[in-house]
Design a protein around this ligand. Structure first.
Ligand code: HEC
Length: 154
């Protein structure tokens, strides 16, 4: 009897924990709902760079990468390669592009271009381990530039 009670308590704790997890996810999607202003570098990051990076992070450590996944990765890495010139410019407005002229910005862009190249090479060779490594490197670079230029960027 006592054992059963303990088990029930543990289950309630588990339920509570998963509920907390769900509300965490809900608040994240609520934040994503306030969309960045169109035509801004923030919108470009959110609509192009983020979605093109996500499959690399999702699949780098996946148990299985199917042919359809590799196709998705091929498009994602091509989109990332295509994003480098815009990132190098710093964005679209004068203020965004002025920021893009700083050495620190150019340094982050250079690192990002190299990691994107690695990711594309991994995809072309269907090398999941290399993909995971490139994804890890990308994460450090995204976070590094965000920390330096916009600590509020996710
Ligand atoms: C050279 C600098 C730089 C690099 C590298 C960079 N970002 Fe960004 N990113 C920014 C800045 C700056 C912002 C904030 C928008 C602004 O100030 O224009 C941003 C914003 C974002 C946002 C939007 C966040 C929000 O608040 O809506 C996403 C998503 C994003 N970046 C994803 C990425 C990912 C993924 C990578 C790496 C693969 C990456 N970024 C690499 C500079 C960078």
């Amino acid at each position: 009897m006592k054992h059963v009670l303990t088990t029930n308590l543990q289950i309630s704790a588990l339920l509570l924990a998963s509920f907390a997890g769900i509300s965490g996810i809900l608040s994240v999607s609520a934040q994503a709902a306030d969309a960045p202003a169109p035509g801004t570098f923030r919108a470009y990051m959110a609509n192009v760079v983020g979605p093109a990076t996500q499959p690399i992070w999702d699949l780098g450590y996946a148990e299985k990468v199917t042919d359809a996944d590799w196709d998705r990765l091929k498009k994602a890495s091509a989109d990332l390669v295509g994003a480098i010139p815009t990132i190098r410019k710093g964005g679209f407005s004068g203020a965004e592009q002025a920021r893009g002229k700083t050495p620190a910005w150019q340094e982050w862009t250079k690192k990002m271009a190299a990691a994107v190249n690695d990711a594309k090479g991994a995809v072309d060779g269907k090398n999941q381990m290399a993909l995971a490594t490139a994804g890890d490197t990308l994460l450090e670079i995204c976070s590094g530039c965000h920390m330096e230029f916009d600590p509020t960027a996710k």
